[in-house]
Design a protein around this ligand. Sequence first.
Ligand SMILES: [Zn+2]
Length: 318
Amino acid sequence: MDKKLLGIDLGGTTVKFAILTESGEIQQKWSIETNILDDGSHIVPDIIDSINHHLSLYNMTPEQFIGIGMGTPGSVDIEAGTVIGAYNLNWTTLQQVKKEIEAGTKIKFTIDNDANVAALGERWMGAGENEPDVVFMTLGTGVGGGIVMNGELLHGVAGCAGEIGHVTVDPNGFECTCGKRGCLETVASATGVVRVARQLAEEYAGGSILKARLDNGEDITSKDVFELAEKENDDLALMVVDKVTFYLGLACGNLGNTLNPSTIVIGGGVSAAGEFLRSRIETYFKEFTFPQVRESTKIKLAELGNEAGVIGAASLAK
Ligand SMILES: [Zn+2]
């Protein structure tokens, strides 16, 4: 019988699980709530219980699995299989995730950070088309990324390779949580888009629904900005989209010039803006790349949605 892979996507609100074939087809999937109480001490035991429960439910044994792969927030030591500093899980001290899960399930375990794992997923079964050189960028609450070169994730000397969110796109820009200025994350995350909108609104004097809503003190989201730009042709919203996609195109251009991947995949909540967003990033990407890169590196939208995590995690186990 063919051996299976088990992928886990650990997040601050849910833990998603999937059993996959070696060729990446999801056969079973389920999820549990993430219990972050008591310093996140329930998370790993809950994961072990859930795996063992589902294996017995499906009449499966640990021997039928090649391994378990997991994507997690926080700083990951991939060799030791430990995690620290995952604040949305309340994991502030070192967590022996690999050791505990291997002991509790009797299945080999591999772990990496969530953005890297999503990059593997999109590279394997999504927009990356299983090409060896793929860059993934996720535009969500923050901006994350993962870089696959020659079929392998890049980690760097301190595990920081692929931290695309902290690429500087405006040296005089907004302060970032990392301590420097003008990081891509400060302008292209969901909150970043709203920050750009507020900044441009201050100097804007024309007629705009977005401007009126901001002046009224309404809460707006990045989704509102993209919808007003695309559907209402709102002047200020279009200016915001132009500025955000300029920064994204600049970052993608420099990634393209440095790495020349077959594809730069754009995912995360902000990418729900779809082709309207992608085509504008591509226009600036072309402006900031030299001819050979411009012609060979493509800008694409992510295809796997929230399954990228479990699929990429499963591929870690291969
Ligand atoms: Zn930063």
